[in-house]
Design a protein around this ligand. Structure first.
Ligand code: FAD
Ligand code: UDP
Length: 370
């Protein structure tokens, strides 16, 4: 055996595990079928702007261990995510906070806002059973109709009544004028881009790109004592129990010869009719400056279109509804019977993980394993 570990996937989970394994004196080979490292957090420089090629990524965490770990590989700037919602040309502040309530209802004090929400949530009695009921119970019907329903149905391709309530509980609701999208102690964007950060993690580790594990699985398996697999769990078992559902995203990128398109990194289009879910203007993650601190004359925007995953597409979001949860549980049983393999990450565990949770999971696994 040439290696202690073969790591399938050069995304965050794979990179953290590889880095920890190397540090513990193990020999490691990382492969990825994409032409680039960093998985979904990959960034590419265009006209001095770090473009988030697989969707906007804002790092945020309350986990000090994760923060101390990741800041060894990059310096983080002070970016705070405050998306704007555009509902048919009306602009609202996100997440749901006093600016949002003021614009929606004209209320001025927290008490007035709370009273308005209280009045509207009355229609939900008992424990909310789905995303629609959960949303109305959190912020009332007006906000549900204008800022949640259309966006969520575009994002997930499913009716809000068929989606689990936890998805909407990710978003803060605040009776203060605080439009920080995350409740996180630590937040920022790695200076120099995520790709550089992951490259620093993989420093000194052998990486083979454009290399699909399944094209030579037996050969790869014979090269290492153990495999860490971060691809889709159903693909590993050749979809033998059926396919798990994923949401995919298509990005339409445009380089514009103007300095400022929308004045914010993220604008969510929350009506049902606009075909894209949001537009990202990448330069604002780094305050419109290039790496030398100069204002950038051009801008790159990405429109995000959400679609149902089909074979050949990149799977992005696991669909954590009941049906898929049950199928995943069956795959997990198969995974537990396999020897010398660890399933990890967003696709390997079919879990709606943020970056910090993926890093924490990989650190824990490495700690237990190495
Ligand atoms: P991935 O990054 O998907 O890495 C898996 C890798 O495995 C891929 O590179 C893939 O090519 C490779 N692979 C798969 N199959 C094979 C195979 N057969 N052979 C070889 N290689 C293979 N999180 C946040 O914290 N903040 C955000 O703002 C945020 N925004 C997001 C926006 C979008 C649009 C999406 C989709 C996710 C977002 N996330 C965000 C979540 C974040 O992307 C994930 O938590 C993280 O990237 C998961 O890392 P991973 O290593 O598990 O998976
Ligand atoms: N959401 C919404 N309106 C918005 C933003 C988010 O209704 O303007 C809902 C939507 O259902 C989404 C969920 O809140 O899936 C979680 O949003 P988040 O921004 O955390 O999603 P992600 O970053 O994972 O795409």
């Amino acid at each position: 055996m040439k290696y202690d570990y073969l790591i399938v996937g050069a995304g965050l989970y794979g990179a953290v595990f590889a880095q920890q394994a190397k540090k513990a004196g193990k020999s490691v080979l990382v492969i990825d079928k994409r032409p680039n490292i960093a998985g979904n957090v990959y960034t590419e420089e265009v006209e001095g702007i770090n473009v988030h090629k697989y969707g906007a990524h804002i790092f945020h965490t309350n986990n000090k261990k994760v923060w101390d770990y990741i800041t060894k590989f990059a310096e983080f700037n002070r970016f705070t995510n405050s998306p704007v919602a555009n509902y048919k040309g009306e602009l609202y502040s996100l997440p749901f906070n006093m600016y949002t309530f003021n614009k929606m209802w004209g209320v001025v004090t927290p008490e007035e806002a709370a009273a308005k929400i209280e009045e509207q949530r009355k229609e939900i009695t008992g424990e909310p059973k789905n995303l629609e009921e959960q949303a109305i119970s959190l912020v009332g019907r007006d906000i549900y109709e204008k800022l949640i329903k259309g966006y969520t149905e575009k994002q997930w391709g499913r009716d809000c009544k068929e989606l689990p309530s936890f998805i909407i509980k990710r978003l803060p609701v605040r009776l203060t004028f605080d439009n920080n999208y995350f409740n996180a102690l630590y937040q920022g964007i790695p200076v120099g881009g995520y790709t550089q950060m992951v490259a620093n993690m993989l420093d000194g580790i052998e990486v083979r790109l454009n290399t699909d594990y399944f094209e030579a699985k037996a050969d790869f398996d014979s090269m290492a004592e153990k495999v860490v697999y971060t691809g889709p769990i159903d693909a590993y078992f050749n979809f033998s129990l059926g396919t798990l559902e994923y949401r995919s995203v298509r990005f339409e990128n445009e380089l514009l010869d103007k300095p400022n398109f929308q004045g914010n990194a993220a604008v969510n289009y929350t009506d049902r009719e606009t075909p894209w879910t949001r537009i990202i203007e990448h330069k604002w993650f780094e305050f419109g400056k290039d790496k030398n601190g100069n204002d950038l004359p051009k801008t790159v925007i990405s429109r995000e279109y959400s679609s149902e995953w089909k074979p050949g597409d990149e799977p992005y979001y696991p669909v954590n509804d009941e049906k898929n949860g049950a199928l995943y549980a069956e795959y997990k049983k198969l995974a537990e019977q396999e020897k010398n393999i660890i399933f990890g990450g967003r696709l390997g565990e079919y879990k709606y993980y943020d970056m910090d949770a993926v890093i924490a999971a990989a650190l824990d696994k490495a700690e237990a394993e190495l």
